[in-house]
Each structure stands twice: as structure tokens, then as C-alpha cells.
Design a binder for this molecule. Structure first.
Ligand code: GLA
Length: 380
């Protein structure tokens, strides 16, 4: 990221320090995080990079190099910038101060290579990059999980997306060639080495995004909370759908309505699927992993209804090409599919999907070979 250093020097002078935090993929466990379930993400090598330096003032001055946009705000500004692009950093600053980190004015230039709107968590990468950097520069003592929660709180309070913890967790805790299984109820997590012999993970970016400012995402979350609260009326200790059984769900079926019932049915199934995938991985059984991924896609498409025509088409092409597993990844409504592809069908799949997608929708999709990288860090 020589370029960012150079831009920083031109705008703000010498001595900026370089930090970076990655985007993420998720093998399985989608829309389970805010339901207290399991997720199975890994950090990618694509990320957000920032060069920062305290400026001795009470102002934060930001230049987003990719957008060619500048913004400044006072540390104690109650409103913050109205441009959504800068609210991520503003939120992180405010949340760090609230947690007692002595953040003062600083200058920063940032940019990155996580595709936007692809379901690879470019916004979590941005939050994590600044949370990590500010904690380091201002000698904060917050651990990585707390920094992840600062990113999540930023989404909730300053951006309006009531997301779970998966993206910020992954961006903070990523480790090269490892996926992580996080139990979102207890916060416990475990690293799983990921170097599958004969297979690779491939993202296909549909390059479409239908989401309207987070609202369908928040609606899904509300549906889940509704079902959990109905179940909780007759059962103790229910905080999220994770605490509910299939029998519990059946008992409230008539009360919660068909739509919310189907949303919850997907979530309960997904919690089971993550555990099935862990077992399969321990046996090196990638065919089972792949079958579970297709099952997740069916659930996300039909019951959870967060897919779209373009993405369903990409998963169908994968199926026809003999791809081991494929599904929509991330929050939904467009973005990427994640595909577990055996080396033997890789070439055929990549050519077919590019050709057929272009024919059908008139858009070029982008194929990204996944490389699992490290979490947030200072770059020397
Ligand atoms: C988005 C959210 C995450 C998670 C996923 C779906 O990426 O930020 O918290 O809910 O969607 O699994």
C-alpha cells in the first residue's frame, strides 16, 4: 500500500503508521450470529488499509482514497458526518471514547480491495481497521473481541444495520489458512486449519446488490426475535432461537404466522448444519460439507428469502457443473456465492459460469479464488 503512504504524505505530512484489517468469507452458518448460533468464517487477504497519525488537534481528518472524498469532524461532535461512508469511522471513534480510550484528533488516509456490496464485509473491515489502529496508537487495552463489538455497535447505532458479530469477529481474529467456528451465544471459538486437499473455495461475485439500506436484514432479525419471544412465553431461559428446539418451534407455529415460522425453520436447520459440517471436516469429508452448503442455499432462498434471481442462477450453474457445494454468502440480496470446488471441475466451472451469467443477465460476474489471511494488524 505504498500509494496510501504517498497520499498521506502529500496531504498531512510524514510519519503516518499503516494498519490493515481484512474482509471475510463464511463457509457455513448464515444469519445465525444474531440468533446465538454458530458461524464458520475466515478472514481473506483482501482488506482495508489505513495510514494514520495523531494531529495534535481535536479534529479527525479523513481522506477516503478510493472514493476521493474528504471529511472532518470534531472528536466531541454529537451528530457526526451525514455521508454514510464516514459514519463507520465516526462511530468507531465515538465508541472507543465511550469505552475509555483516550482518542484525540488524528489524520488518516484509507482505501482497500474488498469489493463493496459483495457480502465480504468491507464495512466490518473498515471498522476493525480503525478500532485496532486507534486502540494501538492511543495505548488502549481493549482486547480483540471488545474491538469487534465496537465495530458491531457502530453498525447498530451509527449506520442502522442490526448486524450480528460474525464479520467484525472474523476481521479481528482471522488467521492465515484457518477458519474459525464461533459460538455466538458463549463467545467461544476454535480455529480449524483449512487447506483442503483437492478442493478450493471460490467466490463468484454477481455484481448486483438489491438491498435497500439494511431494512430487509433488520426485518429478518425481527422475525427471529418474534418467534423466540413467543417460545419464551412458555419456556424459561430462551434468549434467542439457539435456545429453541424443533418441538418448541412447532408449538408456536399457529401463533407466529407462516412467514416468521419459515424464517425460524431456516435458522434451526442452519445451526444443525454448522455442526454437521464440523464433524465432516474432522473426517476430511468434503462431499458432506458441500451437500450442507447446498441445503443452506435452499433454506436461504426459499425459507429465509434473502437470495435473488442472479444468485439462484449462479448456484444452479454450480450444481450443473458438479461443484461440490455452493450457496449465497453474507447478508444476502445479491453479492457473492461461495463455492467449494474440486480441482477437477474448477476450470470448467469458471468458464461456464462466466459465459452463462453474461448471456442470461448481461453482466460480467467476477470469480475470486479465496485465500485465507490474517486478522487486523499493524503493517510494518
Ligand atoms: C451480515 C451481518 C452478519 C451476519 C451475516 C449473515 O454480514 O453483518 O452479522 O448476520 O450478514 O450471516
Amino acid at each position: 500500500m505504498k500509494k496510501l503512504h504517498k497520499i498521506f504524505e502529500e496531504r498531512f505530512g510524514e510519519g503516518g503508521v499503516h494498519y490493515s484489517a481484512p474482509g471475510r468469507i463464511n463457509l457455513i452458518g448464515e444469519h445465525t450470529d444474531y440468533n446465538g448460533g454458530f458461524v464458520f468464517p475466515g478472514a481473506v487477504v483482501q482488506g482495508i488499509h489505513a495510514v494514520l497519525k495523531p494531529n495534535g488537534m481535536a479534529m479527525v481528518r479523513l481522506y477516503a482514497a478510493d472514493l476521493d472524498k474528504y471529511c472532518e469532524f470534531a472528536i466531541d461532535d454529537e451528530q457526526g458526518p451525514s455521508d454514510i461512508n464516514f459514519r463507520y469511522v465516526y462511530g468507531v471513534v465515538r465508541e472507543m471514547v465511550a469505552k475509555g480510550v483516550a482518542v484525540k484528533g488524528f489524520d488518516a488516509v484509507y482505501g482497500g480491495d474488498v469489493p463493496l456490496g459483495a457480502g465480504m464485509s468491507s464495512s466490518a473491515a473498515l471498522e476493525s481497521c480503525f478500532a485496532f489502529a486507534l486502540n494501538d496508537i492511543y495505548h488502549g487495552t481493549l482486547d480483540r473481541m471488545t474491538l469487534a463489538k465496537i465495530g458491531q455497535a457502530t453498525e447498530h447505532k451509527y449506520v442502522g444495520v442490526n448486524c450480528g458479530i460474525m464479520d467484525q469477529f472474523a476481521s479481528m481474529h482471522g488467521r492465515r489458512n484457518c477458519l474459525m467456528r464461533l459460538d455466538c451465544r458463549s463467545g467461544e471459538f476454535e480455529y480449524f486449519p483449512w487447506q483442503p486437499d483437492g478442493y478450493r473455495l471460490v467466490l463468484v461475485n454477481s455484481c448486483v446488490k438489491h438491498e435497500l439500506v439494511g431494512s430487509p436484514y433488520n426485518d429478518r432479525r425481527r422475525s427471529c426475535e418474534h418467534v423466540a419471544s413467543e417460545i419464551g412465553k412458555n419456556k424459561g431461559g430462551v434468549e434467542t432461537l439457539r435456545d429453541c428446539t424443533w418441538d418448541d418451534l412447532e408449538r408456536v407455529r399457529g401463533v407466529v404466522g407462516d412467514e416468521d415460522y419459515r424464517r425460524a425453520r431456516y435458522v434451526l436447520g442452519e445451526v444443525d448444519r454448522v455442526l454437521a459440517v464440523c464433524d465432516a471436516l474432522n473426517r476430511g469429508d468434503y462431499e458432506t460439507v458441500g451437500r450442507q452448503m447446498y441445503a443452506t442455499h435452499d433454506g436461504l432462498s426459499k425459507d429465509y428469502e434473502v437470495s435473488c434471481d442472479e444468485i439462484d442462477f449462479l448456484v444452479d450453474v454450480a450444481r450443473r457443473c458438479g461443484v461440490t457445494g455452493a450457496r449465497i454468502m453474507g447478508g444476502g440480496f445479491g453479492g457473492c456465492t461461495i463455492n467449494l470446488v474440486s480441482d477437477t471441475v474448477y476450470q470448467h466451472f469458471v468458464e461456464t459460469v462466466q459465459h452463462e451469467y453474461k448471456e442470461r443477465f448481461g453482466i460480467e460476474c467476477k470469480v475470486i479464488d479465496v485465500e485465507i489471511g490474517d486478522g487486523a494488524r499493524r503493517v510494518e
